[in-house]
Design a protein around this ligand. Structure first.
Ligand SMILES: [Zn+2]
Length: 129
């Protein structure tokens, strides 16, 4: 699911055409920017307007690196307050999908959840530096 979609803002580089260094940023940070800039959606990975759901954004942010995608699901999953998938636990996208698609969920919640995670990750980095 990495079909390229023509950008309405051609002057702004899209994640799928950015160089490799972009993808070396943590998947959660790239996903957060995608959700912030492209918009957020429910019940579909990506809507026709270019908005992403949480898992769609994480998947797109990880690009070809499927391990990064799984790692992002594994680290975010336990923080979402929903049970893991009974087949794949938090490595499966079910938990993040359920959380994303919950009634009353908003883009603000999703971006805030990623920000919370990123803050924690940055805190850990700073503490160990
Ligand atoms: Zn599952």
């Amino acid at each position: 699911m990495t079909a390229r979609v023509a950008s309405a803002r051609p002057s702004k580089p899209r994640a799928d055409v950015l160089p490799r260094e972009f993808y070396d940023r943590p998947t959660e940070i790239v996903a957060r920017d995608l959700l912030y800039e492209s918009g957020w959606t429910q019940l579909t990975e990506r809507d026709p307007q270019g908005s992403y759901c949480l898992t769609g954004a994480l998947s797109h942010a990880a690009g070809q690196d499927r391990q990064s995608y799984r790692n992002a699901l594994l680290s975010l999953g336990p923080r979402l307050g929903v049970p893991g998938c009974r087949f794949g636990g938090f490595a499966c996208h079910c938990a993040a999908l359920r959380w994303n698609d919950a009634e009353g969920r908003t883009r603000r919640h999703v971006v805030a959840k990623l920000d919370e995670f990123i803050e924690l990750a940055l805190g850990k980095t700073a503490a160990s530096a």
